[in-house]
Design a protein around this ligand. Structure first.
Ligand SMILES: [Zn+2]
Length: 373
């Protein structure tokens, strides 16, 4: 029987693993390769051709704009390789069966065919960005699984929000929350609900207050070292701009766990509100149908900060937010959905493989869905 592989291309790396062709369970551990090892797209292609055996089936989930017919990734955020990202096409030309899909629908399909049988669920992805979707009956909403290129992605990260009272009380007067990354929009959900928001919020907070000593901050080792260099000096805006990008959301959470002081407590609070608002926005956009039994969360931010996510869910279910119609909030409160965390890489790999099966062996895919329900 042909070997089946699931593959996930993210901004910083590519992961792949062999999957059991019936159950989609992992066979062995995933291999993760840092994209920095390659520089050129051609070298990544050569590497994958040497790793994935001839005759294999490969389902690929990738972030960005892609062409699932010609198997080319036209644009993938944060992938800095030179040349066209066409390794899926190259694999297909060299006697592998390949399906390529966006990582978000792949993730949803992966969660849908997971043996946990979670449907109906909302799907929420908090990582370098924020986006969401929902799945009613084992098939991503709006998608025919036999047409895996159909979009099911809701880019909710760029929907605008009004800061909540609780957010304002921790914001030190920040009025404008700037969307991280290349968007740069003002008061977009991504500015408070994605992991990439951490250092932007830190930067904005530091500019609101005269701090005289870096040692008041206990962030990452990088920050500590830089702090030594700036000991005793007032933090200038340019210094803040050059230093804060070195701080990750996990640095901030680690600082918060060690000591619930400013500014890390303020960032934690604003991000909790941000995720709660994101869930409330999902209620509005999805019209709360189907009422979710589960909220499946993926993304490094969600996985790294489960207590924050749980707290945000609780606030949302209790109806703390103005976004979302009251009747929808009531529906969600009655359903009281369980928050489930999924390893995003695994789910996306599974979804890539599920897409492949849906595209090439529809009967088998339908049988797989039937079994997980
Ligand atoms: Zn934006």
């Amino acid at each position: 029987m042909a070997k089946l592989y699931g593959m996930d291309l993210g901004g910083s790396g590519i992961r792949y693993a062999e999957l059991h062709p019936e159950t989609l369970e992992l066979v062995g551990l995933p291999t993760k390769i840092d994209l920095k090892e390659f520089k050129e797209s051609r070298k990544l292609t050569d590497f994958l051709l040497s790793e994935i055996p001839i005759g294999s089936q490969v389902g690929i989930g990738a972030a960005g704009n892609l062409d699932p017919v010609n198997l080319v990734i036209a644009e993938s955020p944060n992938v800095g390789l030179k040349g066209e990202l066409d390794f899926p096409a190259a694999l297909a030309r060299s006697e592998r069966t390949v399906a390529l899909t966006n990582d978000m629908p792949a993730g949803m399909m992966g969660a849908a065919v997971s043996k946990m049988g979670l449907t109906p669920f909302w799907f929420t992805n908090h990582g370098s960005g924020y986006n969401a979707g929902y799945c009613s009956e084992g098939i991503p909403f709006g998608s025919d699984p036999l047409r895996p290129n159909q979009k099911v992605l809701f880019e909710l990260g760029h929907v605008t929000f009004n800061p909540t009272k609780r957010m304002q009380s921790h914001s030190n007067g920040i009025r404008e929350f700037v969307c991280p990354g290349s968007c740069g929009g003002i008061n977009h959900l991504e500015a408070v609900a994605a992991g990439s928001s951490g250092n932007k919020l830190l930067s904005a907070l530091l500019k609101t207050q005269k701090l005289n000593h870096w040692e008041t901050l206990i962030f990452s080792n990088t920050m500590k070292r830089l702090g030594e260099d700036y000991r005793g000096q007032r933090i200038e805006q340019t210094t803040i701009d050059s230093l804060t990008p070195h701080v990750t959301s996990s640095d901030i959470f680690n600082a918060y766990r060690q000591s619930q002081k400013w500014p890390q407590d303020a960032i934690y609070e604003m991000q909790t509100e941000g995720v709660g608002l994101a869930l409330a926005t999902m209620a509005s956009v999805f019209n709360a149908k189907p009422t979710p039994k589960y909220i499946v969360a993926i993304g490094s931010f969600a996985l790294g900060e489960r207590p924050l996510m749980q707290q945000a869910r609780d606030r949302f279910v209790m109806g703390d937010y103005s976004a979302g119609l009251p009747s929808m909030r009531q529906a969600v409160r009655n359903a009281n959905p369980t928050l489930v965390f999924h390893d995003d890489t695994y789910v996306v790999m599974k979804g890539g493989a599920a897409n492949l099966i849906a595209a090439t062996e529809p009967a088998k895919y339908k049988e797989m869905l039937r079994r997980v329900k």
